[in-house]
Each structure stands twice: as structure tokens, then as C-alpha cells.
Ligand binder design. Structure first.
Ligand code: OGA
Ligand code: NI
Length: 294
């Protein structure tokens, strides 16, 4: 079910050689749109507690969790299931809690009070992961969302996915994976490769906006989550996003790097326009960015 493992680029952010780090990141963004980082500055304790409190949240009684249930993607916090219940034909094997988390003081008041440590632990995680996100993302990101994913054990994992093949609509995604259960796969040269959980590493992937901003130099790769017959799996995805009114437009220098007067691959658009389009479609309807081609 997991197929082959990705010989994944593992980038040591603590190696002290900034030029080397930058070259490795550029290479990984170009080749895979995916990489893992270690010595990234997010503490081991923060990561462990985040995974633990996420599990505790999903272990709460259904009635308790249902207080947060909604299928409205404009909500700043919502518990939901599958991917897009209204549009999809086959439902996926996933529950998720999606919450806005920057700036923290604007959103924490709507977060769950059960488990009691949720707010504190998740706030710490958001702050530490944002530091990393800003380090990784040169452009200043004004928004940050996250999805805490729970993939229950699945009696027939061959019949469904936790999350079917998709690309992420945001700029950059940082994923904290379950330390025990493999599930994330990415498509590379027509093959699905599993991204092995590696102790204390975080998975980073390029989203659609970075592909557009780089005029497709950097790839927003297809990826998916498979489920496991014996174990539930948790993952925490942090999505760095442009602000809603940001106009996404690749710089002229980049477009003309190879040939003068070439045209940008994508037309200019606002992130709000993209995000609305993304959520109005089903994940299996192809790369959303195709719809923004010039
Ligand atoms: C996502 C995602 C993968 C995973 O939430 O966008 O791709 O392993 N998650 O849960
Ligand atoms: Ni994703």
C-alpha cells in the first residue's frame, strides 16, 4: 500500500552553511516541490505535545467534537470530514479540525477548551512553526491556517484514501507527521512515493501560489494520504498563505530569464479569487492552477 519510499531530500537547517542550505532548498523545490527539514528550530517537546493533544482531541466523545462541526470553508474554525462533502462522489477516510491561527489573539477565543491544554500547546506550536515558515518563505506571509488531520484505522484501506491526490492551494505547507504511521505520498515521475516519518523532521511542500510566483520553476506537487488497516494516523498541516487581496504575479525578471519578451505562464489574480475557485471544485478535477493559465 505504501509503495516505494522517496529518497527524500533532508535538509539540515542547522548546518551553518547558509549558501548550501539555500541551494538545497532551491533544488528540492525544483525537483520535488517537497523536502524535509531537521534542526529547524521547532522544539522536540512542542512537536510531541502537539501530536499528543491532537490525538486527545480526536479521542473526545463525538457530541463534544460536534460543537465545532461545519462544512463552510469560510469559517475560521471548523471540524469536518472527508474533503468536500457536497461535491465529492466518494468520501475520504479523514476527519479534520481546521483553524486559523495568525494572529493568535484574534482566533484563540474560538478554539476548543477541551482538552484543557489545547490552547496553550497549539498556540506554542503555531508560534514556533511560524518562525520556521517565515525563515523558509522569503516573501512575508500575512496569513497562516492549519489542519489537524485524523485518519482513523480503516478496515479496507485499498478502497479509499485519507486524502485523495491534490496540490495545496496556499504558498508553502509545513507538515508534522505521525511519528509511527506512514501515510503521505507524493507523485514523482508518474510514481507514488511514500514520505517516511523521520524523527523530529518536518515535511515542507510547495503550494500552488509558489508555483505561480516562480512561473512554474517550483512545483506544487501532487500528493495524497493513504490510510492504515491497523492504526489511526495524525498529521498537522500548517498552510502559509498570501493575504486575500494579494495579487499573485511572477516577477518579470523570472519570466524573461530564458527568453526576452516571454509571456507569464499564469495570468494575474488575487489569492481570494484562487481560494474560492479551489474550494468550489472537487480535488480530483485536476490542478486548479491550470485554470489560471494565460
Ligand atoms: C493536507 C495534506 C497530508 C497528510 O492536509 O493538505 O496533504 O499526510 N496532508 O496528512
Ligand atoms: Ni496537501
Amino acid at each position: 500500500m505504501y509503495g516505494e519510499y522517496l529518497e527524500n531530500p533532508m535538509i539540515d537547517l542547522g548546518c551553518g552553511d547558509r549558501d548550501y542550505i539555500v541551494r538545497q532548498i532551491a533544488h528540492a523545490c525544483h525537483q520535488y516541490g517537497f523536502f524535509q527539514v531537521i534542526n529547524h528550530g521547532v522544539s522536540k517537546e512542542t512537536m510531541e505535545k502537539m501530536l499528543q493533544v491532537s490525538k486527545e482531541f480526536f479521542d473526545l466523545p463525538v457530541e463534544e467534537k460536534m460543537k465545532l462541526y461545519s462544512n463552510d470553508p469560510t469559517k475560521t474554525i471548523r471540524l469536518s470530514t472527508s474533503s468536500n462533502l457536497q461535491k465529492e462522489k466518494i468520501h475520504n477516510w479523514r476527519d479534520y479540525l481546521r483553524l486559523h491561527c495568525h494572529p493568535l489573539d484574534k482566533f484563540t477565543n474560538e478554539w476548543p477548551t477541551n482538552p484543557t491544554s489545547f490552547k496553550e500547546i497549539v498556540s506554542n506550536y503555531c508560534m514556533e512553526i511560524r518562525e520556521l515558515g517565515l525563515k523558509l518563505e522569503e516573501a512575508i506571509s500575512e496569513r497562516q491556517h492549519m489542519a489537524i488531520n485524523y485518519y482513523p484505522q480503516c478496515p479496507e484501506p485499498e478502497l479509499t484514501y485519507g486524502l485523495p491526490a491534490h496540490t495545496d492551494p496556499n504558498t508553502l505547507t509545513i507538515l508534522l507527521q505521525d511519528t509511527q504511521v506512514t501515510g503521505l505520498q507524493l507523485l514523482k515521475d508518474g510514481k507514488w512515493l511514500s514520505v517516511k516519518p523521520f524523527p523530529n523532521a518536518l515535511v515542507v511542500n510547495v503550494g500552488d501560489q509558489l508555483q505561480a510566483l516562480s512561473n512554474s520553476k517550483y512545483k506544487s506537487s501532487w500528493h495524497r494520504a493513504v490510510v492504515n488497516a491497523h492504526k489511526a494516523r495524525i498529521s498537522i498541516a500548517t498552510f502559509l498563505c498570501p493575504s486575500n487581496d494579494a495579487v499573485i504575479k511572477a516577477p518579470r525578471e523570472l519570466i524573461e530569464e530564458e527568453e526576452e519578451d516571454s509571456e507569464a505562464i499564469y495570468r494575474d489574480y488575487t489569492y481570494a479569487e484562487y481560494y474560492t475557485k479551489f474550494w468550489s471544485r472537487n480535488l480530483d478535477q485536476g490542478h486548479c492552477l491550470e485554470l489560471f493559465k494565460n
